[in-house]
Design a protein around this ligand. Structure first.
Ligand code: APR
Length: 238
């Protein structure tokens, strides 16, 4: 595969999914040994699940938080941080991932549209901002409370809830000239629509992953391969 040229006029929008953290040892969702293989989404990642079984929801997310803390960024995260350093404000990173591997690889401001494992927020939507929380509660008694009295919940966007900062995301896609999508199956909306929005903005659209995503037809290039092997050296910045 040739390189992807990035000219001085290009604005790059990057969307990443669980696949970019796979080589760091974090499981993806829809692989046969993936996260959803061991759990039913409706048991751990919906508002109803939270109301019915907050302990079960915390158990699932505490395990993922501990795993993310043990994981290390891989060459794909580093390659994106290096591209960001070269492009500055002409680079925008949006991730569906809730781990902090992009930050730990040097990305300054990834937008976590599905939330973050390293934060917790009030279950009551009282308006207070999410708080940094790297604890690994073993039971509900170890889970803190908001100043308003509401119990803290994982700062994760559950199925049925709106992804975060969609206005900002739509703005950035509208002005991107190149969209790079890495390691996402294209199963979940609105993220799976981003490539269609980019095509409407007449951007080049490139996918990187070992399997074609469900929305593969919308990409101008599909590069088959592991992110950690393909991304380093993929870009020729002019
Ligand atoms: N490099 C690049 N891509 C990879 C790699 C790798 N080393 N290994 C696997 N992949 C790809 C798979 O081929 C698959 O297409 O990563 C993708 C992972 O897809 P999913 O498991 O569906 O994860 P994702 O698309 O990020 O899920 C989106 O769904 O469950 C919700 O909120 C959750 O953010 C998540 C959203």
């Amino acid at each position: 595969m040739g390189k992807i040229s990035v000219s001085a006029r290009d604005r790059v929008f990057v969307l990443t999914g669980a696949g970019i953290s796979a080589e760091s040892g974090l499981p993806t969702f829809r692989a046969e040994d993936g996260l959803w293989a061991g759990h039913r989404v409706e048991d751990v990642c919906t508002p109803r699940a939270w109301k019915r079984d907050p302990a079960g929801v915390w158990e699932f997310y505490s395990k993922r938080r501990a795993a993310a803390q043990r994981a290390r960024p891989n060459p794909a995260h580093v390659a994106l941080a290096e591209l960001e350093a070269r492009l500055g404000a002409r680079f925008f990173l949006c991730t569906q991932n809730v781990d902090d591997l992009h930050e730990r690889a040097g990305s300054a401001r990834p937008l976590h549209m599905h939330g973050e494992l390293a934060k917790a927020r009030c279950e009551r939507e009282c308006g207070r901002a999410p708080v940094e929380d790297r604890t690994v509660p073993q039971n509900l008694a170890q889970v803190g409370y908001c100043a308003c009295g509401g119990r803290l919940r994982p700062h994760i966007v559950f199925f049925g809830e709106m992804p975060l900062e969609m206005d900002r995301i739509q703005e950035e896609i509208a002005r991107a000239t190149l969209m790079l999508v890495v390691g996402t199956s294209g199963s979940v909306y609105p993220a799976a629509n981003f490539v269609h929005w980019a095509r409407q903005a007449e951007a080049r659209t490139v996918y990187v992953g070992p399997e074609a995503p469900l929305n593969a037809a919308a990409f101008t290039h599909v590069i088959k391969g592991m992110a950690g092997e393909v991304l380093p050296g993929l870009f020729r910045v002019e």
